[in-house]
Design a protein around this ligand. Structure first.
Ligand SMILES: [Zn+2]
Length: 135
């Protein structure tokens, strides 16, 4: 379901609709040290297909991460939610995602949404113990 077939949507007159699918994210999208994805990325989005064959996709992504707390290195986990806002055009534009042959591949837009949603760190929520330095 990473593919939207514009020709099929036009043929079936499905100009609006929703998508829901799961995607196994590539590990290189993880930017937090000692942390990994612990679930697929769940994508829920609504699309609108316009008369000029451009398509707008608006929705949410959700996934879980686990690994070492960025402050105290204890094993911990968190859930991340991010926005998915993408506009696809049949010809490539500077700001938008392009597509060719009537088929949109969502991978680039979803990978971008994952990167945009990625927190800078994973923390366990506990205050780290005060570190005392001996003189
Ligand atoms: Zn911690």
């Amino acid at each position: 379901m990473m593919i939207i077939d514009i020709r099929k949507l036009n043929a079936q007159k499905k100009y609006r609709g929703t998508l829901e699918f799961e995607y196994d994210p590539p590990e290189e999208l993880m930017s937090i040290p000692f942390v990994k994805f612990s679930s697929p990325v769940k994508v829920e989005a609504a699309y609108e297909l316009f008369a000029d064959d451009s398509l707008e996709l608006v929705g949410k992504i959700r996934y879980a991460i686990e690994g070492k707390c960025s402050r105290c290195l204890k094993e911990t986990a968190d859930e991340v939610e991010g926005e998915l806002n993408a506009f696809f055009e049949p010809t490539k534009d500077y700001e938008d995602y392009g597509y060719t042959n009537g088929v949109i591949n969502l991978k680039e837009a979803i990978d971008d949404a994952i990167m945009a949603s990625m927190p800078f760190s994973l923390t366990c929520g506990e205050d780290p113990e005060e570190i005392r330095f001996s003189e």
